[in-house]
Ligand binder design. Sequence first.
Ligand code: GTP
Ligand code: MG
Length: 588
Amino acid sequence: MASRMGLLLWCRLRCLARGTGRTRRAPGRPRLGQVRLSSSEAAAQRAPGREEADSKVGTRKKTFPEVQAERLEQAQRTVLINCPAKISEKKFLKYLSHHGKINSHYFYESYGTYAVVEFSEKDSIASLQDVIRTPGIEEECAVPFKSRLFTLTLKNPSTQAADQAPVHCHKQSTILVNDLVQKLCSADSVSNQLYTLMDEYQLTEENIKLRFLACSLIQEIACAYFPECTVKPFGSSVNTFGKLGCDLDMFLDLDEIGRSPTRAKTGPFYMEYQMKRVPSQRIASQRILSVIGDCIDNFGPGCVGVQKILNARCPLVRFSHQPAGFQCDLTTNNRVAMRSSELLYIYGSLDSRVRALVFSVRCWARVHGITSTIPGPWITNFSLTMMALFFLQKRTPPIIPTLDQLKDLAEAEDKHIVEGHDCTFASNLNKIKPTENTETLDVLLSDFFEYFGNFSFNKNSINIRKGKEQNKPEPSPLYIQNPFEQALNISKNVNQSQLDRFVALARECAWILQQEDKGHSSLNNSQPWGLAALLLPSVASNCIKGKKRRKGPAASERIKSLLDSLKINNANSLVNNGGKRTFSNQTR
Ligand code: GTP
Ligand code: MG
């Protein structure tokens, strides 16, 4: 209790100290208000994966559905070829270009070397497929399913590959955390550390293309049953927060099939399809996924480890797409999740600080096992993203609008009611006014940890629709209102001990950043600092020690030193004219 009081007092003191400029900073690092647009920040603005997503039609930014439609169409003109690592790229392209103009290509490694080749016309694929053989059946018998996944071999490997250098492969995975920490240490501000992290870990343009291609390959299988279906990516592959190696969430969209054509205006009759009827939409989804899951398992080239998880809240088929190198979760009848992805995409595209903060917090949580790829009582990336967005809505002035404000900006075509849930919000990014908030990411990161280190989780819920805390309607440890299915808590799975771990880590990280900012840090330039220091395993172990530490005299010592620093800061504030922290470049 005493330590909690101490911490609260400390936080209050911090708040007072904040308006007053800083005294000392570690040498070589700029003060919070001096952050400038470095090359890594500039690079983040041109970040791969955003290039096309953010590209404009005339002066207008494209909407999420427009970007998706473009990428899906591109994927249908694309093939995936397993080829030798040592191959003449020139001859390879010449060979393929007999079938049509090639728009782009790249190589990568995943259980062998693969080439992704995008033709400019879809017809080229048919032309190529016409000359491709089915595998010999000397030893094993092949299931004769013709896809756009091919194998290319050399006719004379010994002579053709002898003096070839391996082709250049694009990266499909992140660098190790230790290497990342080193890179972060050479940035010149915490803000630039966040952009560096994003540069290193975000999905690349090539990886995004591969994700759409994998969807398009699965669509071909599903099309055997439902020729008008589409398979679209959702979740972090498209919501701007995806990290290299994240899973690929796929949505089997059968809605086009259900859409009624314009009714015949003349004649005395109606005609409709006879269709099998089942008691509920859930049962329909389970049956469809069961069959498509079997098809993927039996006929899907490169698809291994197929699991049908049909009793989950949202039934799914999970498998590994070995050539692409990611785990895929295929769902259907999941239109709300598709809308959530679009909403996150909008938030992520509004202001570069949103993406950088959310991305960094997600990576931080992953490093410390706050989130996990395994389902369990921990905070999910989706929940954590909602928390970060909520925090950004609570700034003064807010950095992003609330969901209700986005709904107010919606036009007629934005209206979406999914199974009775209102999923309406403006999809046109150009209609959303940029924020006037100029805080740096240094401030935002530190305040994020402080905010959630002291949030009244026992009393309040988080709600991005309103951008306000509300009383919790039920006693789950963490209550984050589902933005669309508003009666649901997206973090119902989280137990008290996982929430406590998050809170303890958040406090520890707020403390580390605050100490550095005051120049009190024991860290010098040769040791990890800023975001790099927060990613070290010792942060988590300090939390456990910190529990004891805060009960003992150290807590009061800390308060005393903060009181002292408050006096100094107050004195300086008279000189520094308040030292209001702003970030100088608003172009991001
Ligand atoms: P990672 O896969 O961890 O990188 O992040 P992700 O955002 O893709 O999360 P995940 O694969 O767990 O979920 C994919 C999408 O499903 C999310 O982006 C959400 O749109 C949706 N989703 C995930 N969890 C929930 C939930 O608890 N409730 C609701 N309504 N939707 C969810
Ligand atoms: Mg995902």
